[in-house]
Design a protein around this ligand. Structure first.
Ligand code: AMP
Ligand code: ZN
Length: 121
């Protein structure tokens, strides 16, 4: 947690959720990440898996994180998707304007609870 606080960006919405300065519907917290409900859910289950440490996107995170930190994030997202029940789930990471990223602190969307189409819009 101290590493996360050291890496905190004072202007970042998700850093403020990590530090509890802004409330969120938190469903899990591990050594390296938190999981909370997306405020505008796009599926019956829509969770965000967010590293405690600030990194703007997946590229920045993977450039600076140990491999196990990247693996831990995906393992946590997978656990959340499986625990949602249903017959599958989707993990999405948006990076940059073309992908529609709006919050510049890495987050894995976990979507579950309905059938989803492909390709995404
Ligand atoms: P992205 O477009 O991939 O950057 O996703 C950002 C997500 O954060 C969107 O799905 C938003 O609905 C969600 N979001 C924004 N503000 C909050 C908040 N305060 N609490 C929970 N989710 C949020
Ligand atoms: Zn941040």
């Amino acid at each position: 947690m101290s590493d996360a606080l050291e890496s905190r960006d004072p202007h970042c919405l998700f850093c403020k959720i990590v530090s509890k300065e802004i409330p969120a519907a938190e469903v899990a917290r591990t050594e390296g990440a938190i999981v909370f409900k997306d405020v505008h859910p796009k599926a019956p289950t829509h969770l965000l898996v967010v590293p405690l440490r600030h990194a703007a996107n997946l590229g920045e995170f993977t450039a600076t994180a140990a491999n196990h930190e990247v693996g831990d994030l995906f393992a946590l997202a997978s656990k959340m998707g499986r625990e949602a029940g249903g017959d599958g789930y989707r993990i999405v990471v948006n990076e940059g304007p073309d992908a529609g990223q709006t919050v510049f602190h890495l987050h894995l969307h976990v979507l579950a609870g309905r059938a989803m189409s492909w390709p995404p819009g």
